[in-house]
Ligand binder design. Structure first.
Ligand code: 5GP
Length: 125
């Protein structure tokens, strides 16, 4: 587990220091549109609190918070109207996962057929 960086961009968004295009907020989470959308719908859901990544969250957060956050992800999927057409959830971690912002987040992607899981050339590197 890595030490949480309180100045990461999502921590600053949570504190209201940097604006975001908010989708939803509740006791456990904040969600907002990704600044560089990779699909017609691309929303990030972040937990409230200091959690660097998925395993950090699962190890450190109370069950109530984990449950609340997952319910928030589900609620966002519904709010975004993605249930009928389908969607993809992604959470990157570390170097191999290519995580760029060290605050745990779930990408919700949808709004078109997203195709294969990874670009083909990833297999040849
Ligand atoms: P990661 O690469 O860590 O899985 O995802 C980080 C995501 O955050 C990227 O998709 C990136 O476009 C998005 N992002 C980075 N900075 C900002 C920002 O200041 N505002 C918003 N809304 N999204 C951001």
């Amino acid at each position: 587990m890595s030490e949480y960086d309180r100045n990461n961009i999502f921590a600053r968004i949570l504190r209201g220091e940097i604006p975001c295009k908010k989708v939803h907020e509740d006791e456990y989470s904040l969600s907002f549109h990704d600044i560089h959308p990779a699909a017609p719908v691309h929303v990030l859901v972040i937990p409230k609190g200091e959690f660097t990544c998925f395993h950090d969250f699962i190890e450190l957060a109370e069950s109530k918070r984990i449950q609340g956050f997952n319910q928030s992800v589900k609620h966002n999927i519904k709010l975004l109207g993605l249930i009928d057409g389908g969607y993809r959830l992604i959470s990157n971690f570390g170097y191999n996962g290519s995580q760029t912002v060290p605050h745990y987040h779930v990408h919700i992607l949808g709004g078109k057929q997203l195709g294969g899981l990874l670009p083909f050339d990833n297999l040849t590197r």
